[in-house]
Design a protein around this ligand. Structure first.
Ligand code: C2E
Ligand code: CA
Ligand code: CA
Length: 565
């Protein structure tokens, strides 16, 4: 747990002991439960800890310096293995390491193969070195077990205490609670605008409120805006947590005079000492707390079923590199039909994963998490390459087909995205006119000059840009005006509602009219019934896509359809 700097400090203290007393060996030892180990070990590669332990235990139980000037003469140690056999210890002097409360936790000791005298001043000096070791210990533990900004016990202390509870109360259970005071985005925005002090203030204030509500519980500062504490198992956890959240939601004035109002999420889980594996506990609690922030009550208990799904999604992220190299990914193609003629004029490429044990997975199973990692770069590279290869081979058979593929907003943050797209098109000799990228509307694109210029560069390559899922999320008008896109794909769930929800019908009809005025080609997605098709055609949709025409097909089946036409 100590960094190299503090290891140096212990070695230096042992080094001073070895030099001052001119002995062969100097050790700093610790007893932790029934473990006895060397914090620093100079002049020996001794590993027979039980033997040194017998010397050190004496010093510790006596709570004072123990001196054995010539071991063979000493009734207690003459038959000790270190004395009888190698390294034939003759001399031992050890001072106990005592905590503030006077509790012994180890020793600093020197040993020699020659008998020696050890005067009173020597004993005094050795005890002073022991005190120095303890001072270093306290510095270390303060540094590693407390958050330096809020001075609250931190995540390491939280783990240490949970582990300690697990060791001593195997069969007992208790509630472990984690509170997320705000989301990462909010925290970052607040820090940028108001400085770190504003956040620390809110953390400290919230901790105070928790202590007040929960009988002076120890509150740990375990993450950027995360607090944790424990409750006894017999407490009515739900009721307590409800009042904690109610209190945390009350507005207050921070010490800098700026008002604050939090919307915290409180995740809790009941665990027995035996199941306590601390990092795992923290992960599950984070998940519950995040869910809680989205719920009206602000409290969520850990749900092992949801966690199972999450864990599976997580393991799929871990498996993705293998999938990429082992050819487990493949594309299916869903036709995009001309709204008037219903002829297949294009296709959207959709990703599939033939997983060795889970079967064929659709993107909803694995992409949301992958998109949060740099792996999305490799995935999109794979998709681009597969699409261009396919288009190349269709072109060779005179099947000219427009094909779109999906690009994540995150891909547009990659510096070399446009170059990679250009080079994969060149490699497979794909005419850019046949290629279209679908991007999901995301407010940041219009605010971010770099992304905007990247999209313009893509358009300048001759590739079409489509705005996917329009009508979901923000439906930002600026998006339509500023992006170099020419295709607008209407969100599936909006399309599905046009027959039953008048407001959806009005909105869809006017988006189509407005889109046309702005020069967009409009695609209706998720068309499942003839009634919906008719409405969209009537309103002037240019293209349609959906199960009514065809489900996504593998490349060969798609080609057979084209040939049969
Ligand atoms: P999307 O881009 O909106 O793709 C359309 C989704 O709707 C596809 O789901 C398609 O199978 C489904 N769909 C098509 N017609 C109908 C219909 O009539 N009714 C219903 N209920 N669904 C229909 P899929 O293949 O599961 O893909 C889901 C999403 O995953 C896609 O939504 C897209 O956002 C993303 N995605 C798919 N492939 C890729 C990819 O290669 N890269 C990236 N970054 N995202 C992808
Ligand atoms: Ca799409
Ligand atoms: Ca879509």
């Amino acid at each position: 747990m100590n960094n190299d700097g503090s290891q140096d400090a212990y070695d230096r203290i042992a080094g001073i002991a070895k030099r001052v007393f001119a002995t062969d060996i100097a050790l700093i030892t610790f007893i932790d439960g029934d473990r006895h180990w060397f914090k620093s070990r100079l002049g020996t590669d001794l590993t027979q800890t039980p033997c040194t332990q017998s010397f050190c235990t004496h010093a510790m139980t006596a709570k004072q310096v123990l001196v054995v000037e010539n071991a063979p003469d000493d009734p207690q140690f003459h038959d000790n293995a270190l004395v009888v056999g190698a390294p034939h210890i003759r001399f031992y002097a050890g001072a106990p390491l005592l905590t503030h409360e006077g509790y012994p936790i180890g020793t600093i000791c020197v040993m020699d193969k020659q008998p020696r005298r050890f005067e009173h001043e020597d004993q005094y000096m050795l005890q002073a070195l022991a005190d120095l070791v303890m001072t270093q210990m306290r510095v270390d533990s303060d540094l590693t077990h407390r958050d330096t900004a809020t001075n609250m016990p931190n995540r390491i202390q939280f783990f240490t205490d949970l582990a300690e509870f697990g060791r001593t109360h195997e069969a007992q259970d208790k509630w472990v609670v984690l509170i997320e005071l705000m989301g990462m985005h909010e925290a970052n925005d607040a820090v940028r605008a108001l400085g770190l002090g504003y956040i620390y203030d809110q953390i400290a204030h919230s901790a105070e409120r928790i202590r007040f509500t929960v009988d002076n519980a120890t509150v740990y500062h375990v993450g950027p805006a995360h607090l944790a504490f424990c409750l006894d198992k017999d407490k009515d956890a739900l009721q307590i947590l409800n009042s904690v959240v109610a209190r945390l939601r009350q507005p207050f004035i921070t010490s800098s005079g700026i008002p604050a109002k939090l919307a915290p999420g409180c995740g809790a889980r009941n665990i027995t000492g035996a199941e306590l594996f601390a990092p795992e506990v923290l992960r599950t609690l984070l998940q519950a707390a995040r869910e809680a922030r989205d719920s009206p009550r602000g409290v969520a208990l850990y749900d092992p079923i949801a966690d199972g799904a999450h864990r599976q999604a997580f393991s799929l992220v871990v498996e993705m590199p293998r999938a990429l190299s082992a050819d487990e990914l493949f594309l299916v193609y869903q036709p995009r039909v001309n709204a008037q003629s219903e002829l297949w004029e294009g296709a959207e490429a959709l990703l599939r994963w033939r997983h060795p044990s889970l079967g064929v997975l659709t993107p909803g199973n694995f992409l949301p998490l992958i998109t949060k990692t740099p792996l999305i770069r490799d995935v999109t590279d794979w998709v681009m390459d597969a699409v261009c290869r396919q288009l190349g081979s269709w072109q060779a058979e005179n099947l000219n087909m427009r094909c779109s593929f999906n690009v994540s907003a995150r891909n547009l943050e990659e510096d070399d995205f446009v170059e990679r797209l250009a080079s994969v098109m060149a490699e497979h000799a794909v005419d850019p006119r046949w290629l279209e990228i679908e991007i999901v509307e995301d407010v940041s694109a219009t605010e971010n000059e770099t992304i905007l210029s990247r999209l313009i560069a893509i358009r300048d390559l001759g590739v079409t840009i489509a705005i996917d899922d329009f009508g979901s999320g923000y439906s930002n008008l600026a998006y339509l005006l500023e992006l170099p896109a020419t295709v607008l794909k209407l969100e599936r769930s909006i399309v599905a509602g046009i027959l039953t929800k008048p407001s959806y019908a009005t909105a869809t009809a006017s988006i189509i009219a407005m889109g046309h005025q702005l020069g967009y080609r409009i695609v209706g997605e998720g068309v499942e019934t003839a009634d919906i098709k008719e409405k969209l055609v009537q309103w002037g949709c240019d293209e349609l896509q959906g199960y009514l025409f065809a489900k996504p097909l593998e490349a060969e089946a798609f080609k057979q359809h084209l040939l049969a036409r």
